[in-house]
Design a protein. Structure first.
Length: 554
């Protein structure tokens, strides 16, 4: 555990710089949550430099699903499709920004409306798929981000029998444990307001029955806790006595987190964007930042120790939560709500573990290696080609069904889809992985044979039919081929061989794709170099001068 305050910034640095950057660096918290919109994570360089353990990225368009139809998960298939789209978008954003770093993790859907139009089972399926997809690129996920405390965020005013619920989220918990992710929770105290039932105290983490790493991805002490506070929290009260009272509550909350032992950081919601109603405080007032830095300094240097706190009182309607049977590989905690101070747990005796299966390309396709090799040999196709298509088409999910009705691992159209597919197996038959991969490989082999033995044209035909194969410059063909190349590079780390014979059309298409890729790479390199130069100038010239001006103005 990092010997530092667990109170961390939820940083939305649209206009940060100068004093804000200086504060973040001096605080050096274990976790920083970076909130951003669009395709550029501003101040990520500062966050990565300052955070000791982790920088959590939250992209507003992704967290609210703005580009893909808005909030609401209709069914399991829709949840998986949204997860796939989000995984691709995160991959694109991180690649474009050159941000891949061991310290990075990402969030998906924000505050799922689990009693409204995002049932918990679908949220769990979404996050399990997102964690699986991104783990293939060594990207970790902060999952669930369950909301608590705010009225109007999709939670009921009177939660059902046993708040908070956990049973429907087993699938997501198992996925983040397997892929080294984190459980994300939002926690606000709003039990002292005019309607006590509007929220339960910030204690959902203590009721979690699994021993998984937890990040409180939003927290704060809301209205009426500090005298004079308004409905939406502290928001940068100017008087020192109010700042001290507010920060004392945060430190008391930190003591609850420390006693639990699973929480690695609690990011306090930050005022740095236009709609300040949803901000608990602002980092900029000196009264608050000085208190925070002083506390962090004392904790870091062993000058402050939390006294073992008594558990905060629970709402009157609280009941013990559901206790699961032990999921495979995910240990349980021994203390559940209502909690007592955690007792030292005996070290478990190591048990023999089965040898892990060798990773073939990536975890999403490893289990299908035997079938890829079997039918690759039968149809004279490199098994890695089949594995790459599985990764593209279904991400290794044998039960995937697309919106147009394509089924299974290689997304084969079934017999029921029309007379042109009369010789295909049925949908039910295609849900069998052996039948599906055999059928998909047979279709691919036929497409390659019909196109002079060229894999390039065969891939285009597999995706889009003969029209796409005949015109390799078509957008559909180019998108699919470029996707194939990207996945091949990710899975196998080599340049794919796309052709068997050479003709003018193939050379023209390959040249077009190569020139387009080269142009994009050159643009990206220019942008990166421009950013680096601007950053060097900022550090060497601008920032010291800003500090001098700031000190002189005090």
């Amino acid at each position: 555990m990092v010997t530092n305050t667990l109170l961390c910034p939820h940083w939305a640095p649209m206009h940060a710089g100068g004093q804000d950057d200086k504060f973040i660096r001096e605080l050096a918290p274990p976790v920083i949550k970076l909130f951003f919109s669009g395709e550029t994570a501003r101040r990520a360089d500062v966050a990565l430099e300052a955070a000791q353990l982790l920088v959590v990225l939250r992209n507003y368009e992704i967290s609210e699903n703005l580009k893909w139809g808005g909030r609401g998960l209709r069914d399991r298939q829709h949840a998986l499709e949204i997860a796939d789209r989000h995984a691709d978008e995160w991959w694109r954003i991180l690649s474009k920004n050159s941000l891949w770093d061991d310290k990075l993790a990402v969030e998906g859907l924000n505050e799922p409306m689990i009693w409204a139009n995002e049932p918990p089972e679908l949220v769990a399926a979404y996050y399990a798929r997102l964690a699986q997809r991104l783990a293939a690129a060594q990207i970790r996920v902060v999952a669930l981000n369950l909301g608590v405390g705010w009225p109007g965020n999709g939670q009921p005013q009177e939660p059902p029998d046993s708040p908070p619920i956990w049973k429907p989220f087993v699938e997501a918990i198992e996925a983040i444990w397997k892929h080294k992710g984190f459980l994300g929770l939002h926690e606000y105290w709003y039990v002292n307001g005019p309607q006590e039932n509007w929220g339960w105290w910030a204690g959902r983490f203590r009721a979690c029955p699994w021993n998984v790493p937890i990040i409180i991805t939003e927290c704060g002490i809301d209205s009426h806790v500090v005298p004079g506070g308004d409905y939406y929290g502290w928001q940068g009260m100017g008087r020192s006595d109010k700042a001290q009272a507010y920060f004392a509550q945060l430190v008391a909350y930190e003591g609850q987190l420390v006693a639990d032992g699973r929480v690695i950081g609690a990011t306090i919601f930050t005022y740095d964007f236009e709609d300040n109603r949803w901000a608990t405080y602002c980092t900029r007032p000196v009264e608050f930042t000085s208190l925070w830095l002083e506390h962090a300094y004392k904790v870091r240097n062993g000058l402050y120790q939390h006294n073992p706190p008594q558990p905060w009182p629970l709402p009157k309607y609280a009941k013990p939560p559901w206790k699961p049977d032990k999921p495979a590989g995910v240990p349980l905690v021994t203390h559940l709500w209502p909690a007592v101070q955690p007792q030292p747990q005996p070290q478990p005796q190591p048990t023999p573990q089965p040898q892990p299966q060798e990773i073939w390309g990536s975890v999403e396709i490893t289990r299908w290696r035997e079938l890829c090799e079997k039918y690759g040999k039968q149809y004279n196709i490199d098994p890695r080609v089949i594995g790459t298509i599985i990764a593209i088409e279904s991400a290794g999910n044998p039960n995937a069904v697309s919106t147009v009705g394509a089924v299974g691992l290689m997304q084969v159209m079934p017999r029921e889809a029309g007379s042109q597919f009369a010789d295909r197996p049925t949908k039910q038959e295609l849900l069998d992985p052996d039948t599906n991969i055999k059928t998909g490989t047979s279709i691919l082999a036929g497409a390659i044979a019909a196109n002079n033995g060229e894999l390039l044209r065969g891939l285009a035909a597999y995706y889009g039919g003969n029209t796409a194969a005949q015109n390799l410059k078509s957008n559909a063909a180019q998108v699919y081929i470029s996707t194939y190349v990207r996945h091949w590079l990710r899975l196998w780390g080599t340049i794919p061989q796309l052709g068997k014979t050479i003709n003018a059309e193939t050379v023209t298409a390959a040249r077009w794709w190569s020139e387009e890729a080269t142009r994009k790479i050159e643009e990206a390199l220019k942008t990166i170099e421009f950013i680096r130069e601007a950053h060097r100038q900022l550090i060497q010239e601008v920032t010291p001068r800003l500090y001098e001006i700031e000190e002189a103005s005090r």
